[in-house]
Design a binder for this molecule. Sequence first.
Ligand code: NAI
Length: 434
Amino acid sequence: PTTYAPYKVKDMSLAEWGRKEIRLAEAEMPGLMSLRAEFGPSQPFKGARIAGCLHMTIQTAVLIETLQALGADVTWSSCNIFSTQDHAAAAIAAAGTAVYAWKGMTEEEFNWCIEQTLFFGEDRQPLNMILDDGGDLTNMVLNQFPEMAAGIRGVSEETTTGVLRLLERVKVGSLPFPAFNINDSVTKSKFDNKYGCKESAVDAIRRATDVMMAGKVAVVAGYGDVGKGTAASLRGAGARVIVTEIDPICALQAAMDSYEVKKMGDAIPRADIVITTTGNCDIIREEHFRALKDKAIVCNIGHFDDEIDMAWLNKNYGHTKDTVKPQVDLYNIDGKEVIILAEGRLVNLGCATGHPSFVMSASFTNQVLAQLELWKDADKYENQVYTLPKHLDEKVARLHLAKIGVELDELTPKQADYIKVPVEGPFKSDLYRY
Ligand code: NAI
């Protein structure tokens, strides 16, 4: 980059409000706060220049300030054009963080923001660690600035879709440093993806539309971790939920959780609400759009905006697009109106504020532990994708028990020997599925 911008956010007058919400979030993020207490004094991240690309929310602000409290220099961008909470960005900018993020940016600005995070301070020192969500930052570095790779110790990747991209790189031999897969820590995907979406899916549809949920037919595409949480969210709000799947195991799970499981083509004419959770492309396409009821709500909670074929919709019916309010658009398909949320991008961060702090604390505690491991011991690892060892996964869970009053029993030595685990854990083999 030619010119240096110390930060770029929407409105610095929001900083005080952001700071107040960060304080409230800290109280809900015991994992991160206990890492500050445990590692703050020894400053293990001294010399680390961590570039992060992850939804710039209040919860992420607590993550960023935890990395800083452990001694890191941090730059940040958001991994989605709609997911920034402007008061969160303003608050950390006011505290001196190099953050480049605002809600409602263009694709061009999105790339500009990520690019700013590659270089630190006025003397433009290059990043030496990556913290990513979805892989856009990693891809920019490796595709556009490959010469930077040699100075980077590794990457920790937050989500299913980004992990898929990393595994693809391992396969073709284009991953030049080790990577940690945060998503597949049990305390990430079985909590954030599931219980997080259980709270944030309906929250987003309500904030966007105020539609009555009870009695409505909602179609949830995909019954993985995000699908399980999303279907539970809609059921909890009183909707009648139909699930679609391609995997017989997940389809059977959905059926035995007492959801109807149908083909998309058959379910779609009944849908009042459709939400895609697959991390796959082309889930809602022309034939489905044409089969929808008038005023059906269509949205996506997976990472990228190609689950719903927005390209087809915009090409053929873009001229009918009528914006009700930001991130809520009506399209008229030959006389029938369809309500599209967040332009097909992940709805819980586009139309609401993402997951609550408590569950993000578990995800982000995994992130900090992985960053610590990479910064300290990257040489121990090959250029492969790793998950954190189970004892750290269990540690993340343990750090979140007291806050909600959970009391654990302890194994006696006889019991531990009987089930062949150490008294202090890990308590399960790596094959255990939770
Ligand atoms: P997953 O792999 O556990 O679940 C995806 C499911 O979709 C699988 O069961 C798969 O069989 C199914 N599927 C694939 N193609 C399908 C098709 N054509 N029709 C019906 N079902 C199909 O993945 P996970 O963890 O649930 O993540 C899904 C997406 O959500 C990813 O893009 C991930 O990055 C994103 N994500 C979003 C979050 C948010 O807050 N919005 C939080 C966590 C993940």
